[in-house]
Design a protein around this ligand. Sequence first.
Ligand code: SF4
Ligand code: SF4
Ligand code: SF4
Length: 193
Amino acid sequence: MSISADAIDALLPQTQCTRCGFDACRPYAEALAADATALNRCPPGGDATIAALATLLQKPAMPLDADCGIDEPVARVARVVEADCIGCTKCIQACPVDAIVGAANLMHTVIEAQCTGCELCIPPCPVDCIVMEDAPALPLPRTRSDEFRRLYVARGQRLQRWADEDAQKRQRLRPTAGTFDPVAAALARARQR
Ligand code: SF4
Ligand code: SF4
Ligand code: SF4
């Protein structure tokens, strides 16, 4: 019986942390649908997700693969040590769910309720000013998967829109046949010299 990646993805926590060894939750779901990976590779999902996947895929449950990480007992969120932040924006670019706000050369801050705890913002920070902290007041990430998926999809759509707009702008700026192109003219003059 083949199970759709959509059905599998619906069971995953959507932290987009990559600890399963895939670029995000969706590629892991697709690999599971293709029977190309094991069902015990998602630490944020823990035993609950393994059990749900085992039922859906009609396979035996197994312990979480320790090589992927551990199932944290409480939610964890990133916090920017604001006094040290140099406003480089690298963390914003790395965050898969747009949970960081800030602008170039200004202090950045994490929107706690939106943070999946994926830790992907930590390696790019050039001054090591992002720390992870327990957030016992927040529900575990796997119980907030719908919201995290919505944020992740919205970010992907925004990045695609920006790429399309850039491509259109480049297209508009490209000289058309018959119009004077100062760069091409300068190159031609240089070649003649
Ligand atoms: S939440 Fe689980 S499935 Fe999603 S990226 Fe992290 S480890 Fe992979
Ligand atoms: S702020 Fe950091 S830890 Fe939180 S979701 Fe974004 S990248 Fe992940
Ligand atoms: S990567 Fe670090 S220094 Fe750069 S904006 Fe983010 S928190 Fe600040």
